[in-house]
Structure formats: structure tokens, C-alpha cells
Design a binder for this molecule. Structure first.
Ligand SMILES: CC(C)(COP(=O)(O)OP(=O)(O)OC[C@H]1O[C@@H](n2cnc3c(N)ncnc32)[C@H](O)[C@@H]1OP(=O)(O)O)[C@@H](O)C(=O)NCCC(=O)NCCS
Length: 163
């Protein structure tokens, strides 16, 4: 059975493992370096200090996915626009967890007076493009060859949901 809940510090190692798998094996993040324990703690401290939601999904009692958002850009005028991310461990794909996490994050964004949610997706990430389209996100920009990973150029797709 799956459960969605707010994350605590005790979930950071599970979150780090999910993220680092994506760093090493996918283009869903364009990081080249895995996160250290200290990196993960610093990431969490920023979320906690700003009051940004951090949701985790459990499957059979194990944290297998998470979603969060942070400022899209730092200038004051962007204060109501957040950039989000959602990750589910590949062993648990296609069980509805990505949809549940992102839907819950959209609800949290509405409750926190966020006006627009933006996702920056690798154009080769068909599952993420499909998930966002299914939840009403609209493609608003496509930037050719702005990323590089695994020895190839990557296109960035911005998707947006105005709340
Ligand atoms: C994108 C991701 C979060 C989807 O998570 P998931 O739990 O497997 O997705 P769900 O089971 O909730 O699927 C929800 C919808 O997304 C779409 N979808 C998800 N995976 C898909 C796939 N492989 N192919 C086509 N559509 C897909 C479908 O519309 C699906 O609805 P349906 O099951 O009714 O057809 C997951 O693939 C993932 O974590 N990928 C690596 C990290 C990543 O890309 N994150 C997003 C960038 S920030």
C-alpha cells in the first residue's frame, strides 16, 4: 500500500539514494555528480527554512519517491513562481506514485499562494513529459542543446501550470 506524507530529516538518506540513482543513470537531472550527505542536508535546510513542501511517497513502508519545489529565480518579482521536481525510484514506476506526488505538490502550491509552477524537463524524458501533460502542465518553451550529459547535447523543455 502506498502513503504520501511530509518528509522529515529521517527521510534524507532515502531521498539521496533516489536522486543519486537518477544522477548516475538518467538525463532526468543534468547533475553529473552524486549528492553527498552534506549536500543533501544543505538542500533540506533550504527547503525547511523557506517553508517549501517536501513530500515523500512510501510503498510497503519504504520511501520510494519524493517531490518538492523551490524558487524558480531569485529576483523578488519571481516570488510567486516555483520550479518543482518529482522523482520515483525506477523499481516503483507506473504505480501512480508520480501522479500522486505531483498532484499533492500542486495542492500544496495552491495553499501557499504560489501562482505558477514550472518544470524544466529533458526533452528525451518521455515519462515526465507525459506525467506533466496528464496533470495539465503546458509546454511553454523548448531550448535546443542547452544541456550536456553522457556525451550528448540535451534539449530543455519548460512546462508550466498557472494556478
Ligand atoms: C516521471 C516519473 C516521476 C513518473 O512517475 P511514475 O510514478 O512512474 O508515474 P505514474 O505511475 O504516476 O504515471 C502517471 C502518468 O504519467 C504518464 N507516464 C508515466 N510514466 C510513463 C511512461 N513510461 N510512458 C508514458 N507515460 C508515462 C502517464 O500519463 C501516467 O498515467 P497512466 O498510468 O494513467 O497512463 C518517473 O518516471 C521518474 O521518477 N522518472 C525519473 C525522474 C524524473 O524524470 N523526474 C521528472 C523530472 S523533474
Amino acid at each position: 500500500m502506498s502513503v504520501l506524507r511530509e518528509a522529515t530529516e529521517d527521510d534524507l538518506e532515502a531521498i539521496r539514494a533516489i536522486y543519486n540513482q537518477a544522477v548516475l543513470e538518467t538525463t532526468s537531472t543534468w547533475d553529473h555528480q552524486t549528492r553527498s550527505v552534506a549536500d543533501q542536508e544543505a538542500w533540506y535546510a533550504v527547503k525547511a527554512a523557506a517553508g517549501f513542501p517536501l513530500l515523500v511517497a512510501e510503498d510497503a513502508g519504504q520511501v520510494v519517491g519524493y517531490a518538492s519545489y523551490g524558487l524558480f529565480r531569485s529576483h523578488a518579482g519571481y516570488a510567486h513562481t516555483m520550479e518543482h521536481s518529482v522523482y520515483v525510484h525506477p523499481d516503483h514506476h507506473r504505480k501512480g506514485l508520480g501522479r500522486a506526488l505531483l498532484s499533492a505538490l500542486v495542492d500544496q502550491a495552491r495553499a501557499h499562494d504560489v501562482h505558477a509552477l514550472v518544470g524544466g524537463l529533458s526533452a528525451d524524458n518521455a515519462p515526465s513529459l507525459a506525467l506533466h501533460a496528464a496533470l495539465g502542465f503546458r509546454e511553454v518553451a523548448r531550448l535546443p542543446e542547452v544541456g550536456r550529459k553522457f556525451d550528448r547535447w540535451l534539449d530543455l523543455v519548460f512546462v508550466e501550470l498557472v494556478l
